[in-house]
Design a protein around this ligand. Structure first.
Ligand SMILES: *Cc1c(COP(=O)(O)O)cnc(C)c1O
Length: 395
């Protein structure tokens, strides 16, 4: 069937050879057209080939790509300033990926305690079902056996606690804890929202114990939930936050955001990156921010979410044997399935529609944030046909 591949054999790829994209549409090399509600796993927040992003990257590409962080990068300061003005943060460190943003967040938290004379505070409390990336430290943080197996000793200093269990968290609050690390909504874990009250309780617990709160908003951030960051829904603020995915709109950009206080241990020489925040990446990032921070943009995401969720709720009513429930916030939506989620994803590909499977038997739906009402209706119609195709035949 398939010719031997020169690539590492780490992915079971769908047999779609991607060629070009336009808005919510993705075309394969044979010209077949897909409605892309996977968005490169929550990355293409403005769809494919958004004219403003294309123009920004093109004109930067003609000017300057890369210089390293040995020099000032004006686009980096600008992006950081805009992120800080729009959030809890005072300081930003740019990276190339989500996992690197998390690595920076973990180092920032430990270094904070170290610089305050508490070097014993190194432990990071995380939660079952979490996903924080694929580096050695972030697989330890995620704590999932399937990602840890065969890669040698688990990096020291990460403890997984049961999801949503405040008592377990209270008992874990020892003198050596540096931070709690949590996704406001678990993405890979199955679009599982942390209840608002639980996030508030976690914030309070951190304050009582001189423990930092790190939010992993790699998937939930940059407008995905109808807020710039998902924690705004809970009315709390973290000390440190990891962002990536949508931040570059498809160009690899990540960032670690922190308060002045939390970032106080990160002094010259303790951390670095060759590529992170290079001029080309910052052109993409600033172009994304131009659109997402525009007046009314996030409100429109909320409106679209309502519309989409109503359609999904009615689909759930009509296909109770296929779909168990609708999950998520904004345009980070999940269908918990009664049938196998991979089969549903496959049935959607048969309808020329792309989605992303997640844990807990969930199908993730991650359309561009600037999707139109017609495109939502088109997606709902394809979801319906896919559900129909999986339904037991009428007698
Ligand atoms: C995708 C993701 C990561 C990892 O990001 P990479 O860019 O793949 O390193 C970390 N945390 C969450 C919540 C994610 O969704």
């Amino acid at each position: 069937m398939n010719a031997p591949s020169p690539l590492f054999n780490t992915y079971n790829r769908a047999p779609i050879a991607v060629d070009r994209g336009e808005g919510v549409w993705l075309y394969d090399t044979a010209g077949r057209k897909y409605l892309d509600f996977g968005g490169g796993i929550a990355v293409n927040a403005l769809g494919h080939a958004h004219p403003h992003l294309v123009e920004a990257v093109k004109s930067q590409a003609e000017k300057l790509w890369h210089t390293s962080n040995l020099y000032e990068v004006p686009g980096q300061k600008r992006a950081a300033e805009r992120l800080c003005n729009a959030s809890f943060a005072d300081r930003v460190f740019f990276t190339n990926s989500g996992a690197e943003a998390l690595e920076c967040a973990i180092k920032t938290a430990r270094r904070y305690h170290y610089s305050k004379g508490n070097p014993e505070r190194i432990r990071i409390l995380t939660f079952e079902g979490a996903f924080h990336g694929r580096t050695l430290a972030t697989i330890a943080a995620g704590g999932q056996e399937k990602y840890l197996e065969g890669f040698g000793p688990k990096v020291e200093g990460f403890d997984q606690l049961p999801f949503g269990d405040l008592e377990a968290l209270k008992s874990a609050m020892a003198h050596d804890v540096a931070a709690i690390l949590i996704e406001p909504i678990q993405g890979e874990g199955g679009v599982r929202s942390v209840p608002v009250q639980h996030l508030k309780d976690i914030r309070a617990l951190c304050d009582e114990n001189d423990v930092l709160l790190i939010l992993d908003e790699v998937q939930t951030g940059i407008g995905r939930t109808g807020h710039l960051f998902a924690h705004e829904l809970a009315g709390i603020e973290p000390d440190i936050l990891a962002s990536a995915k949508a931040l570059g709109g498809g160009f690899p950009v990540g960032a670690c955001l922190a308060t002045e206080e939390a970032a106080s241990g990160m002094v010259p020489g303790v951390h670095g990156t060759t590529y992170g925040g290079n001029p080309l990446a910052m052109a993409a990032c600033n172009a994304v921010l131009d659109v997402v921070l525009e007046d009314g943009f996030l409100d429109a995401v909320k409106q679209k979410s309502l519309r989409f969720k109503q359609g999904l709720a009615s689909l759930t009513d009509r296909f109770p044997d296929i779909i168990e429930e609708v999950r998520g916030e904004g345009l980070l939506l999940g269908l918990k399935c009664k049938v196998n989620n991979l089969e549903f994803v496959k049935a959607l590909i048969d309808q020329d529609m792309l989605t992303v499977p997640a844990g807990s038997n969930v199908v993730r739906i991650l359309p561009p944030l600037n999707i139109t009402d017609e495109e939502i209706s088109d997606g709902l119609a394809r979801l319906e046909r896919a559900a129909q195709s999986l339904s037991p035949k009428a007698p």
